[in-house]
Each structure stands twice: as structure tokens, then as C-alpha cells.
Design a protein around this ligand. Structure first.
Ligand code: PXP
Length: 242
């Protein structure tokens, strides 16, 4: 049997809805508890430079109260490094960040930024934080992750999610080959972005993948079936694809 595929639930957009009215409802920390209750193996939150969804106090409260591991998504900036080192989450996923983008549009160019990223990976790792690099499924980026000594990579599945037909099948093949290459080199492969009930199964069937991080779809689905029911259904789809 293929190894268990962990589900990390990204709670950013619970905070997006909260912030739309400026109060404290819905609380992303409550959503994190609900996610854990429904079978999530971990919770993911992206503290953006502009704090458009998750805020500093959300990270503090998650660190104080959460019983499952927190994966902090962060840009490679001094400010975020200081925050990560202060809180010491279980994992930190380094993502590219552009102020004007709606979401993380592509993977990190680890191959083109070795020198910039090296001290971030080293300092986070020295603090006992499991570092992941959010990259495109591309051998050049995996080689860079190896040079940087990142123990984990997360493949950006946004292109896969948006493509159709043969192009989607080709992108799926790239992700599967990249996961195999990462695993062969001792790097744990994860994947995420744009995953939904409709497109998760072929990704979940990739044997080397060990974790999927899913957010926007689950928060949207919560409107129709509830957050916990959506997470349970996602869990079932992932498990039955293995
Ligand atoms: N993984 C990473 C590194 C991300 O940046 C995001 C989006 O914030 C996700 C996973 C989840 O993507 P989505 O919200 O589209 O499920």
C-alpha cells in the first residue's frame, strides 16, 4: 500500500471572510480546530506581507492552541524570518510573494535565487523548523532544493488545476516525475494549489507525494456542506486514490 497522504488545510480564506467586515468572525483558529476534528493532519496559514488574510495575532493564537502541526507559509524576507524564528512552527514553506497578485501565482525560482534563499533555509532548519520550498515541478528547481538542503518541496499544482485534456495529463506527468525525482534524492514531496473534489484524485494517486495543502476550495465548499463535511469528503477522495 502507498504511504499515507497527509492533508494540510489552509485556513487563509476564513480570515479573508473575517477581514471583509473587520470583526472577529469567522475565526480562523476555530476553523483550524474544526479542520483537525474532521481529519486534517495539519493546518497551513500564509502570513503575507500586507496581512490581507492571516494576521500576526492569528499565528500567535494558532501556536498557543493548535494540537496539529502548523505549516507557516512565508516569503523569504527578514521580517518573516524573525516571526518564524520567534514562533517556531512545525514547518515553514517558503513561497514567492508579489503584492499585486491575488494568490501565489507560480513557484519559487529556487534555481535563480540560491544565494538569497540559502541563509533562510539554514536559519529555519537550525531552529528545528522543517523547511519546504514551493516550486514548479521542474528538475532544475529540485536540484536547487538539494543544493539548498531543503528537506521538503511542495509542487505548485495551479497549472495542473487550470489546464484541460492532454495539457493537463502532461502537467500531471511532470508532477509525478518530479515527485519521484525528489523522493529519490531524499526530499519529501508535497503538492498544492487549486485542488478540489474534481481534480484531487490523480494528484493523490501519485505514490511519492506525502502531503497535499488545500484551502480555497474547502472554504468555498463550507458554504454548501460545512467545513468539516468538505474536509471529510476530501480525505475520502485522497485515501481512495492511493
Ligand atoms: N500551498 C501553498 C504553498 C500555497 O501558497 C497555497 C495557497 O495559499 C496552497 C497550497 C493552497 O492553495 P488553494 O487555496 O488554492 O487550495
Amino acid at each position: 500500500m502507498t504511504a499515507h497522504l497527509r492533508l494540510g488545510v489552509n485556513i487563509d480564506h476564513v480570515a479573508t471572510i473575517r477581514n471583509a467586515r473587520g470583526g472577529d468572525h469567522p475565526d480562523p483558529v476555530r476553523a483550524a480546530f474544526a479542520a483537525a476534528e474532521a481529519g486534517a493532519d495539519g493546518v497551513t496559514a500564509h502570513l503575507r506581507e500586507d496581512r490581507r488574510h492571516i494576521r500576526d495575532e492569528d499565528i500567535s493564537r494558532l501556536m498557543d492552541r493548535l494540537s496539529v502541526p502548523l505549516n507557516l507559509e512565508m516569503a523569504a524576507t527578514e521580517e518573516m524570518l524573525e516571526i518564524a524564528l520567534r514562533h517556531r512552527p512545525h514547518a515553514a514553506c517558503i513561497v514567492p510573494e508579489k503584492r499585486e497578485e491575488r494568490t501565489t501565482e507560480g513557484g519559487l525560482d529556487a534555481a535563480g535565487q540560491d544565494n538569497h534563499l540559502l541563509p533562510f533555509v539554514a536559519r529555519l532548519s537550525d531552529a528545528g523548523i522543517r523547511v519546504s520550498l514551493f516550486i514548479e515541478p521542474d528538475p532544475r528547481q529540485i536540484e536547487a532544493a538539494l543544493r539548498l538542503r531543503a528537506p521538503v518541496v511542495e509542487f505548485h499544482t495551479g497549472r495542473y488545476a487550470h489546464l484541460e485534456g492532454d495539457s493537463r495529463a502532461e502537467e500531471l506527468r511532470r508532477i509525478a516525475e518530479s515527485a519521484a525525482l525528489a523522493a529519490k534524492n531524499g526530499i519529501e514531496p508535497h503538492a498544492g494549489h487549486g485542488l478540489s473534489f474534481d481534480n484531487v484524485a490523480p494528484i493523490a494517486a501519485i505514490p511519492h507525494l506525502r502531503e497535499l495543502n488545500i484551502g480555497h476550495f474547502l472554504v468555498g465548499e463550507a458554504i454548501f456542506t460545512g467545513f468539516e463535511a468538505g474536509i471529510r469528503r476530501m480525505r475520502e477522495l485522497m485515501d481512495s486514490a492511493r
